[in-house]
Write a protein that binds this ligand. Structure first.
Ligand code: G6Q
Length: 540
């Protein structure tokens, strides 16, 4: 990669541009704040506060072309098996394709199957929401608990919190993911089994955490309801594994399927979104899907220099590989997006935290950054200090909405003023002369200087609607795609999660053994297992 002329051109360009302050870039280009922007499907991206010029964007696009980003994009939309290490197509875009579209995989139009499941989900959601579907004892279902982990949890939680304003408030939604029993106990502590429906969300229906929680939920239900027949009214499944669902005791009529071409972290708009649909209803869910689809169409067709996911993805590559930025902050100025950074952590880091290319060669450049963040303005009173004055370069994505869903006094203006102020302060800072001119004592001047030159994107949407959420998630999905395509890695596998799982399975019986047996781990793991065994014994 480093030998590519396009890469070398960017290195040379970086050597020059890294000496230039954003203040100078703005001074040299009076219209910059309007020119370095792009807008599509209700989403406005201001990327003018990046340490980049039109030339940078041009050079990055040349790199993207040289790395085959456009061919890979076409291959994804065509249903080719671009997840080569797992031999799978990558077709989350089919999950939101309109009914009349055709996307073929192995001679089958997968869009038909998508809509068949969506229709069944809608029928089920209507029955539960209307009270037609009751629990075993005839009571209305008022509590919905999604049991799943990773891709089968983070999307549903994020979407539920994000779209709470559109949800049916007569129902309570809980999400159990952690195998720590506290998660199950605390989530269900106020729920009555007679009024509770569990959605067991697991693509494989074999994930240790999810199956442990599902079995606990089953026992919790049966303890009160006493009758195995109750399971059919209180459990539904979202899975690709009908056999395991049946073996658990769930009627496969109450199973909502998806396909191996939907990756876990790309599945929130598949049947994995059943809890979202139960919360907001099929109509709002369809609006969310149309937001996703609108961004898909934009990503597929817009010229690269005006293509939002391409611009965002290439900026991420620019900072990661040429400025050495190790992290990126995502800062939504909307309380409803409180779990959006957590959701993005999986999407970005599980996708692009890879050190070998598609053909297994070790990369000689940096890949995925660490993503993190919190909703504004809370972060401002916490970690923003470091973004402003620390020694690391941390590119930020600010996400802001024109309208609040809960307008109250001048809260929203104060919120908006803060997001704009942060981006401005990061970019332009405050010089020593400006600090002195305020009468600051000389010994404090250095402390009060803001160097500025700290880059950010500002993403503006009108209002947090289901449609807007769809566009925003798809924006990041495709930005991740662009980054992975430039880096030549498989953004759709996750081999890095395997080893720990295998070792845990081996350690469980060792922890439970009463005799000392032969522990054959390293001396640290052996000693820790013994210590936990002893504590277990003491606890009774
Ligand atoms: C996501 C990963 C992973 C997965 C979970 C849950 O891309 O594959 O986070 O979603 O491990 O898997 P199951 O849905 O199979 O339980």
């Amino acid at each position: 990669m480093r030998k590519r002329p396009e890469w070398k051109a960017l290195e040379a360009h970086h050597a020059e541009l890294s000496q230039t302050h954003l203040r100078d870039l703005f001074a040299a280009q009076p219209g910059r704040g309007e020119q370095m922007t792009a807008e599509a499907v209700g989403l406005y991206l201001d990327y003018s506060k990046h340490r980049a010029t039109d030339e940078t964007v041009g050079l990055l696009i040349e790199l993207a072309r040289a790395c085959g980003v456009t061919e890979r994009r076409a291959a994804m939309f065509a249903g080719e098996r671009i997840n080569t290490t797992e031999g799978r197509a990558v077709l989350h875009v089919a999950l939101r394709a309109p009914r009349d579209e055709t996307i073929m995989v192995d001679g089958v139009n997968v869009v038909d199957g998508v809509h068949e499941v969506l229709d069944r989900m809608a029928g089920f959601a209507d029955r539960v929401r209307s009270g037609e579907w009751t629990g075993h004892t005839g009571r209305r279902i008022t509590n919905i608990v999604n049991i799943g982990i990773g891709g089968s949890d983070l999307g549903p939680v994020m979407a539920y919190r994000a779209l709470r304003d559109y949800s049916d408030r007569s129902m309570t939604f809980g999400f159990v993911s952690n195998v720590d029993s506290t998660d199950f106990v605390e989530t269900t502590s106020t729920f009555d089994p007679e009024e509770t429906l569990f959605i067991i969300s697991s693509k494989t229906f074999s994930t240790l955490e999810t199956m442990t929680n599902a079995n606990t939920a089953r026992a919790w239900c049966l303890e009160k309801l006493g009758d195995e027949a109750a399971i059919a009214k209180h459990f539904v499944a979202v899975s690709t594994n009908a056999e395991a669902v049946r073996a658990f005791g769930i009627d496969t009529d109450n199973m909502f399927g998806f396909w191996d071409w939907v990756g876990g972290r790309y599945s929130m708009d598949s049947a994995i979104g059943l809890s979202t649909m139960l919360a907001i209803g099929p109509k709002h869910y369809a609006e969310m899907l149309s937001g996703f689809h609108a961004m898909d169409v934009h990503f597929q067709n817009a010229p690269l220099e005006a293509n939002l996911p391409v611009l965002m993805g290439l900026m991420a590559v620019w900072y990661r590989d040429f400025f050495g930025a190790q992290t990126a902050a995502v800062l939504p100025y909307d309380q409803y997006l409180e779990r959006f950074p957590a959701y993005l952590q999986q999407l970005t880091m599980e996708s692009n935290g890879k050190h070998v290319t598609l053909d297994g060669a070790r990369v000689d450049y940096e890949t995925g950054a660490i993503y993190w963040g919190e909703p504004g303005t809370n972060g401002q009173h916490s970690f923003y200090q470091m973004i402003h004055q620390g020694t690391s370069l941390i590119p930020c994505d600010f996400i802001a909405f024109g309208e609040s869903l809960n307008p109250l006094g001048d809260h929203h203006d104060i919120l908006t003023a803060n997001v704009l102020a942060q981006a401005e302060a990061l970019a332009f800072g405050k010089t020593a002369d400006e600090v002195r001119a305020e009468g600051t004592a000389e010994e404090l001047v250095a402390h009060r200087v803001f160097e500025g030159n700290r880059p950010s994107s500002t993403i503006v949407l009108e209002k947090l609607t289901p449609y807007a959420l769809g566009t925003l998630v798809a924006l990041y999905e495709h930005s991740v795609f662009v980054q992975g395509a430039v880096w030549g890695i498989d953004s759709f596998d996750q081999w890095g999660v395997e080893l720990g799982k295998v070792l845990a399975k081996r350690i469980i019986p060792e922890l439970q053994a009463t005799d000392d047996g032969d522990l054959t781990h390293d001396s640290s793991t052996n000693a820790l297992i013994r210590r936990f065994r002893d504590m277990r014994g003491e606890g009774g």
